[in-house]
Design a protein around this ligand. Structure first.
Ligand SMILES: Nc1ncnc2c1ncn2[C@@H]1O[C@H](COP(=O)(O)OP(=O)(O)O)[C@@H](O)[C@H]1O
Ligand SMILES: CC(=O)N[C@@H](CCC(=O)OP(=O)(O)O)C(=O)O
Length: 342
């Protein structure tokens, strides 16, 4: 007797069926498949309708998306990212992509046998390394993203911080273990003229920005700037409605690397306090979010770029998936982000 023989509930078991159940007819099978397909279609429709309040709220909204090099290493993820950005555009938002490319720069430096080291989270940049940074960001990573976006229609236009004086930067050093460190050709963005980006947006297209910046103090010299902070400066100058930073973790953790300490929401003051406790990679991201929100961008999000379509989930669902940073006087609930479209 097989283990799954049905029980009568009276201590005895029912006799095993003597003949197999009749095989389902083609019509019954087709009916079952149609019912399942209908259920899937209904779920899709519910998902679309759930996005409606956000689509209404974000109509025309300018969203600056920072796409980090670590979230850009897998072809499927890159394709999903391109789909999401084009989706935002076709849904009536105005996305602007600002990309990094740290791992891609490193790979090229390794191929060329050039050494470079990071100090305080920034790459020490010699003139030779600067040539590679410029070549990889504008000539490789930017081009590739433009190509991926344009697979969905002729929407994307690439430019760098050098075009139409989009960015102007000044050289910076850093302090590591109490010591002043010369980073070479590394700068902070000090001026932003967003008119070239605005022109591309006004044409209904998607600007894709590589973060190379002319040196304001030395004509003809360009500087290597951190892509997170450049994205924040651009978001503030464009008066963006959101800054979305895609990276390779779920969001910001209160107590990194304790996976149970993922933060759903943070105020700018909370983010400033946390700066003391985060490690190298997250410092420029947190600084970028603080910079953008304290200069008038209503919300900044840190989202997992390894999760396909995480950006859409963060923007268009009640639960969200990453960490949202908002002004101190914003009353949005921290834990769930519920209450209003985030
Ligand atoms: N509190 C924190 N929350 C999340 N990540 C953190 C935190 N502190 C440090 N990190 C590190 O920051 C990294 C993200 O920065 P980075 O590797 O520079 O990303 P990207 O290439 O996307 O710019 C994470 O992978 C993680 O190792
Ligand atoms: C000064 C400095 O460190 N610049 C970065 C620029 C690229 C970048 O920021 O890329 P991610 O966003 O992928 O980290 C670098 O040379 O790697």
């Amino acid at each position: 007797m097989s283990d799954d023989t049905p029980s009568t509930g009276l201590g005895a078991t029912a006799p095993a069926p003597t003949s197999p159940a009749p095989a389902p007819t083609d019509a019954t099978l087709r009916g079952a498949i149609d019912a399942a397909a209908l259920r899937v279609a209904r779920t899709k429709a519910t998902t679309l309708v759930e996005a409606l309040p956000w689509l209404e709220q974000f109509r025309d909204a300018l969203v600056v998306i920072k796409y980090g090099g670590n979230a850009m290493t897998n072809p499927e993820l890159k394709a999903a990212f391109a789909q999401d950005v084009v989706f935002l555009r076709y849904a009536g938002l105005r996305p602007v992509v600002v990309h990094g490319g740290g791992p891609q720069i490193q790979a090229m430096l390794d191929r060329l046998g050039l050494e470079s080291e990071f100090r305080g989270g920034l790459r020490v940049t010699t003139p030779e390394v600067m040539e590679v940074v410029r070549m990889v960001l504008t000539g490789q990573v930017g081009r590739e993203l433009v190509g991926l976006l344009n697979q969905h229609g002729p929407v994307a236009v690439g430019l760098s911080g050098e075009d139409a004086a989009l960015f102007g930067a000044r050289r910076r050093g850093t302090v590591v273990d109490g010591e002043e460190v010369d980073l070479g050709l590394v700068g902070d963005v000090e001026t932003v003229d967003p008119s070239a980006v605005q022109d591309i947006l006004d044409a209904g297209r998607i600007p894709v920005v590589s973060t190379i910046a002319p040196d304001l103090d030395h004509d003809g010299q360009v500087l290597n700037v951190n892509a997170d902070t450049a994205a924040a400066a651009l978001a503030a100058a464009l008066r963006a409605k959101k800054l979305v930073v895609l990276t390779d973790v779920e969001g910001i953790y209160a107590d990194w690397p304790d996976r149970g300490s993922l933060l759903r929401g943070l105020t700018v003051s909370g983010a400033r306090d946390l700066l003391e406790r985060v490690d190298t990679g997250m410092i420029p991201k947190l600084e970028a979010c603080i910079h953008a929100v304290s200069r008038g961008v209503p919300q900044a999000h840190v989202v997992d770029g390894r999760e396909p379509h995480s950006m859409l989930l963060e923007l268009f669902t009640k639960e969200g998936v990453g960490t949202m940073i908002r002004p101190d006087d914003d009353e949005t609930e921290d834990e769930t982000g519920e209450g209003s479209p985030s």
